[in-house]
Design a protein. Structure first.
Length: 351
């Protein structure tokens, strides 16, 4: 198979900084789209994978799964896109296409789904490399169309932070009259507030930080409850139909379960790992309350989200950086020092 070498930013080891390196991309196949990458969002997952925090990273690692750019070439069987189209690529670049999940447009739950980075490119028999790079080649099924009215840089985080919160909002049928709470105001949380508000829900931020109040209200929250204030938490016991917990580290979810209404659900989207302290089942049993998890979204659902964002003028709140500043950005992410998502101007890689 024909291949080509391109510039990228990645790391050769868990304890090494990210730096410029060369990676191999396949030449386009009949169903492929080649994309010149203009912007790439920076996700907490990028940092975790680069540092091998989950224990299964394969090096070299080139992160990046919030990709927006312009089509530069298409295969001869591509029908949905043409050269010059503004498109996006999220967390998935392949799946089996035949399992029940794939048939139901739930590719994110396919046992053979291929991540944009750290997955297995069956065509090259090597790992996939992400969007911290000049360009990418992706099967058209996994390419998404960006509405013309949206800022290309600010829409990038919607490909992960947005869809991660949109999928549970849609699955649990959030709409007018629904009472939604969001735990944590960061990259995921700020998108959850914007999207739930646009769907017509009554939105509450549950936060430990009173300083987040103004931002939350500006983003569309109707209420802010300080989760460390027992009196405030007592006032919202049994209230929420859905809680989206976006916190990316181990934390106690038991105080939030009590704020669920009967049949309500707390859905974990930020933290991957064992709960500590253990989950108390008493309030769940006494109120038929649920604790669930949700992972990004399928391709059709992600396109639905992009179209919804186009209709409502929704994008992420971003801070633009150069690729050369990515290591500093990672350090700031660890301190929650970002408002609310970093996006890389990939032109900085190309001189």
């Amino acid at each position: 198979m024909n291949t080509k070498q391109i510039k990228a930013f990645g790391t050769e080891a868990a304890d090494a900084a990210l730096e410029q390196l060369a990676i191999t991309r396949r030449a386009i196949l009949p169903n492929d789209v080649e994309i010149d990458i203009e912007y790439c969002g920076v996700c907490h997952s990028d940092l975790h994978f680069a540092k091998n925090d989950w224990g299964f990273s394969v090096y070299p690692v080139v992160p990046g799964h919030e990709i927006v750019g312009t089509v530069t070439q298409v295969g001869d069987k591509v029908t949905a896109y043409k050269v010059g189209d503004v498109v996006a690529v999220g967390c998935l670049v392949d799946s089996c296409r035949s399992c029940n999940n794939c048939k139901a447009d739930l590719e994110q739950y396919c046992p053979e789904w291929v991540g944009t980075y750290g997955g297995h490119d069956k065509h090259l028999d090597m790992q996939t490399f992400g969007g911290y790079s000049e360009s990418i080649v992706v099967d058209e099924h996994f390419v998404l169309r960006v509405p013309d009215n949206l800022d290309k840089a600010a829409i990038a985080p919607v490909l992960c932070a947005g869809i991660t919160t949109w999928s549970p909002l849609r699955h649990w049928n959030v709409g007018k009259g629904t009472k939604v709470a969001v735990v944590g105001l960061g990259g995921l949380g700020h998108m959850a507030i914007k999207l739930a508000d646009a769907l017509g829900a009554e939105v509450t931020l549950l936060s430990r930080s009173p300083s987040k109040t103004k931002d939350a209200m500006d983003l569309g929250a109707d209420h802010v409850v300080i989760s460390t204030d027992e009196s405030q938490m007592a006032e919202v016991q049994g209230v929420f139909d859905l809680i989206i917990d976006t916190v990316p580290y181990i934390h106690d979810i038991n105080p939030y379960v009590g704020t669920l209404a009967t049949n309500g659900t707390l859905v974990l989207v930020g933290y991957l790992g064992p709960l500590d302290p253990m989950l108390n089942s008493m309030p769940m049993i006494m109120g038929r309350k649920n604790v669930a998890g949700s992972l990004i979204g399928g391709i059709a659902e992600t396109q639905e989200l992009l179209d919804f964002c186009g209709e409502h003028g929704i994008t992420s709140e971003i801070e633009m950086i150069r690729i050369q500043d990515i290591n500093t950005a990672y350090e700031r992410m660890l301190k929650s020092d970002v408002h609310y998502r970093f996006v890389i101007d990939m032109a900085s890689l190309k001189p």
